[in-house]
Design a protein around this ligand. Sequence first.
Ligand SMILES: *Cc1c(COP(=O)(O)O)cnc(C)c1O
Length: 371
Amino acid sequence: MTDTIPVTSPLLPPLEEFLPYLEEIWKSRFLTNGGNMHQALEQALCDYLGVQHISLFANGTLALLTALQALGVTGEVITTPYSFVATAHSLLWNGIKPVFVDIDPVTLNLDPANIEAAITPLTTAIMPVHCYGRPCDTTAIKTLADKHNLKVIYDAAHAFAVRDEGGSILRHGNLSALSFHATKVFNTFEGGAIVSPDAATKKHIDHLKNFGFQDETTVLMPGINGKMNEISAAFGLLQLKHIDQALEQRKAVDTRYRTLLAELPGIRCMEPNPAITSNHSYFPVMVESNFPLSRDELYHYLRQHGILVRRYFYPLISDFPMYAHLPSSAPTNLPVAQSIASKVLCLPIYPTLEYKDLAHIADLLFQAGKT
Ligand SMILES: *Cc1c(COP(=O)(O)O)cnc(C)c1O
């Protein structure tokens, strides 16, 4: 085995299937500014995801930034340290102070039991993350938000196509922000979106993502350039034709890992939640203390053997220098998140990951387990 196996690999349909879309764009000479591809993808995503209103963005970070602007969020926002750094960066870029709250050891998402104690007179919103696409306790978060009159913006970057018993989990909160980055389950090379609950909110967001323009001569607010271009939107339309198969393939990889790793002491897979339609976007395992190698030793061992595992999410966001000084970043405030960040390892998962590669990864883990 000389080739390396990446932690993820983008869903990339056959190139010849994309050429007709490019011909259409060339013919129209319409490259961005909400053209046909952009409009068609917004509608197609509403239909596919089962939501009412979507605004496409150039990336997920701009979607988060704009969601905060749209709701006029200021002051302090309660969020999770166990995420990709863009979650908290979107707060700093809006001049908002992040307040980190510890996570639940099962869902790895914001623990609602810890939220209330972190609310101050300056708190205006909660920004939870559906980490690895595993849903937050949306009911408890809604109860708290209603009680304290707080907005809720879900960072749903991992949560494409995830459903709970009531439908798409993107319906929860005031807004949900998605990422269509190349590494995500559904990609438009770079891209993102905001799911809005009503047409008026979508319209406001659409103004915000286009410099604040209402029409040729009217600027309503200081907006940004957040628009998705026509080539990315066209790629999204093509990608949608392949997404169901890709999700099935991911599910098969997930199932095989669970079977292969079931008898390996010290490597703990995450409990599946039978009430959820998962997107199998990641395959995190916990390297427990009874495994002979530490998490970092196993990380280096696998990488030396060409398996490019990643430590998502280590370090915690709260440990990065622009956050570490905050009182809520103290490791004693975040014991569960600190512990999970020290144990987690994300194994490769993507639609075209072959069974022989999976078996090879499992073999290496068993060999490491015998050292
Ligand atoms: C990927 C990601 C983002 C950022 O999305 P981009 O499209 O890369 O800007 C934000 N939050 C989380 C949790 C992510 O994983």
